[in-house]
Design a protein around this ligand. Structure first.
Ligand code: ZN
Length: 678
């Protein structure tokens, strides 16, 4: 996600790969392979281990990864596919303008000799400029310049997105920001793990300041200044759980009204400095207290300290793309956070970068080579079957009144589905890519995207845009567009396979489709109506019944412990856990409408229902480094794989029947204690 995208755009992805191969395989594949399972574990003891135990035991995490599982293996395939496409494009004769642009970007990115020679030259000018700023007014102005040039985004985030209360219009949104570590907890909590990471982060800053010409003592002083300032900023940030409340994030101000609250930040001046051409009637601030706090900091913190802070932002944002001493220091810092043993190879970092920057160009090449268009037809069919199953479940709900039900159904029927790749590709008009100017290409791409974003203001909503590139192994729901989106990259086994039986496809991509649909009805999504506006359509008693059930899910996941003392944050992961439970329930119902769902015919020793649940669990299998697991538990709105597998199952009656789970089994929950929502 690019940095100017904002907290207000409520988008829920399946996770925090090339597509279906065009060649149909002739070898018969075992979609449920007992060799991956651990048949010594009883399904009711730990279904995840029963379904995946041998795979988990025998599958190491590659040294350049922090996690390895079904998603990661497909992402690796996507990455290799992009590499092949980029290498071909770089060698191509140049008569195809699309290939020339991605090929030239890749050539420039892989020319490490040229990048080594530059050292920190690409950012030197900015660092010099900052050194000569002589007042806080100049600091503020330069901050805006850095942001408008997409060099660095200090203090807060700002960008254009749909207005959550009138989704037919774009509006400027301002969100909290200003820190480097992954979450405010990293600054504010005092256990040993955070202390070590803060020490490593300080060392990272020292290294970068030294690489940019400071002596050891000055570099250390600078690092301490930045750490203190960022810690102060972190104190004013809302927590991730608070940020899950869309009403709380919607605070509308006029430009002058906002300036009254933040006298040191004059938005009348700031907006034109950021490139906004007309004065808007209003803007949205997700955390007004944060801006007021930043405003007071501007007065309190000294001019030299602000300059140090600005310099750090410039260095930090450029470090992963500069010469190897910068890249190595950046890796050491990431290593401290995630435990990753070896640096990701350059080709892979650069393929990912180009996919993020020029996704609609590289995506076209990807889709041409790897996407089987029949998959789109089959997916549409699955989506419609899931929709029918969801509809019949809503009609049968015993906790929702007949008054609210038609509104729920209206929302369900208003879903837009996007499958595979965008109908309309961006052409990046005016963006210049040179074969020998990596940093320049990167800057121009960021700049192009920045301007594309701010120029949306006043224009009609572009409904064709995608928030993920075609090769991405993921899916998402957008509340403001009321749309569910499935990139080509996820339409592969274990999610989807043309040759697989329905149990596999419904337990895989079917549950993913159901998951994205349920996001429209999770604790956040349910607050948006059929067109995407943040507008309540619930009777109070229905809302209370929903909350009661959602609270049970919060409790359930709070009870899951990883790494001794760390436990899943039930409130942070609520939306995803609701989506998993709803998604799996709906997919199961849709599966039962198929021919295989109605039969009892075993395949490879398993009944249709067993295969459905086994594939669901197979999707979530992974091995993860403890450091990465600890980071995700704080920052990821998704629960760890084992709990994504097992959590919903404990609430689904059919699971108990399929595997004969009985009272006394660790996964057993009495029928009256099972949470049933969608
Ligand atoms: Zn999700």
């Amino acid at each position: 996600m690019r940095k100017y995208f904002l907290a207000l755009a409520v988008v829920a992805a399946l996770l925090c790969s090339p597509a279906v191969s065009k060649a149909q395989g002739t070898v018969k594949k075992k979609f449920i392979d007992p060799a991956n399972m651990d048949l010594s574990v009883k399904p009711g003891d730990n279904f995840y281990l029963y379904a995946n135990g041998t795979w988990i035991k025998n599958t190491p995490i590659p040294s350049s990864k922090t996690r390895w599982g079904s998603f990661d293996a497909l992402s690796e395939e996507s990455s290799l596919a992009l590499k092949g496409l980029l290498e071909d494009a770089a060698k191509a004769p140049g008569d195809n303008p699309l290939m020339k642009r991605v090929g030239d970007f890749y050539s420039s990115a892989m020319d490490s000799m040229a990048i080594e020679k530059l050292g920190y030259k690409p950012i030197k000018q900015y660092l010099n400029d900052i050194e000569f700023l002589s007042s806080k007014a100049e600091v503020l102005k330069y901050m805006n310049f850095l942001r408008a040039q997409s060099i660095s985004s200090p203090l807060y985030r700002i960008g254009v997105g749909q207005d959550a209360k009138d989704v037919t219009k774009y509006i400027i949104s301002i969100g909290q920001g200003g820190t480097t570590l992954p979450d405010r907890d990293y600054y504010l909590k005092n256990d040993a793990r955070y202390q070590k990471i803060r020490t490593d982060y300080t060392q990272y800053m020292v290294t970068l300041f030294k690489l940019c010409g400071e002596n050891e003592a000055k570099a250390m002083m600078n690092a301490i200044i930045v750490m203190q300032l960022e810690t102060t900023i972190a104190q004013a940030q809302m927590s991730r759980v608070e940020m899950r409340d869309p009403k709380k994030l919607y605070n509308k101000f006029s430009v002058d009204g906002l300036t009254e609250n933040t006298p040191n930040l004059n938005w009348q001046n700031i907006l034109p400095e950021l490139g906004y051409k007309t004065k808007p009637d209003s803007l949205i601030v997700s955390n007004p207290k944060f801006l007021v706090y930043i405003d007071s900091l501007l007065a309190k913190v000294s001019l030299p300290d602000w300059k140090t802070y600005l310099k750090w932002g410039v260095m930090r944002d450029a470090a992963p793309f500069l010469s190897s001493p910068f890249v190595d220091a950046n890796f050491a810092y990431n290593q401290s956070l995630s435990g990753q043993k070896e640096q990701t190879p350059r080709w892979q970092r650069m393929s990912g970068l180009i996919d993020r920057q020029l996704g609609d160009l590289l995506g076209q090449l990807y889709v041409d080579k790897y996407f089987n268009h029949d998959a789109k037809v089959r997916m549409l069919e699955l989506v419609h079957n899931l929709e029918s199953a969801f509809e019949s479940r809503i009609k049968k709900l015993d906790w929702m009144s007949e008054e609210t039900k038609p509104r729920a159904l209206a929302k369900l029927h208003a879903f837009t589905e996007k499958i595979g790749f965008p109908d309309k590709w961006k052409n990046y008009a005016g963006l210049e890519i040179k074969a020998d100017d990596f940093l320049g290409n990167l800057r121009r791409c960021n700049q192009w995207a920045y301007e594309e974003n701010i120029n949306k203001l006043g224009k009609p909503i572009d409904k064709t845009e995608w928030g993920m590139t075609p090769s991405t192994v993921n899916a998402y729901y957008s509340a403001l567009k009321n749309e569910i989106v499935f990139p080509a990259g996820i339409l592969r086994f274990p999610f989807f396979d043309f040759n697989a039986d329905d149990a596999i496809n419904y337990g895989g991509i079917g549950a993913v489709i159901g998951h994205e649909m349920t996001h429209g009805f999770d604790d956040q999504g349910r607050q948006f109506d059929a067109v995407g506006n943040l507008q309540d359509w619930w009777n109070k008693s229905d809302a209370d019944e929903f909350k009661k059930r959602a609270d049970e899910v919060v409790e359930q996941y709070n009870g899951y412990v990883i790494l001794d003392t760390l436990h899943v944050n039930g409130k942070l992961t609520l939306g995803e856990n609701l989506a998993d439970l709803g998604g799996l329930s709906i997919a199961y119902e849709a599966f039962k409408n198929t021919k295989q769902g109605k039969s009892n015919k075993k395949i490879d020793g398993f009944t249709p229902d067993q295969r459905f649940f086994l594939n669901w669990s197979q999707v979530w299998r992974n091995n993860i480094l403890p450091e990465a697991a600890a980071q995700r538990i704080v920052t990821d709105s998704h629960a760890p794989g084992v709990h994504r597998s097992n959590g919903p199952l404990t609430n689904i009656d059919a699971f108990y029947k399929a595997f004969d789970v009985k009272p006394g089994d660790p996964m057993y929950k009495a029928p009256e204690l099972r949470t049933r929502i969608w």
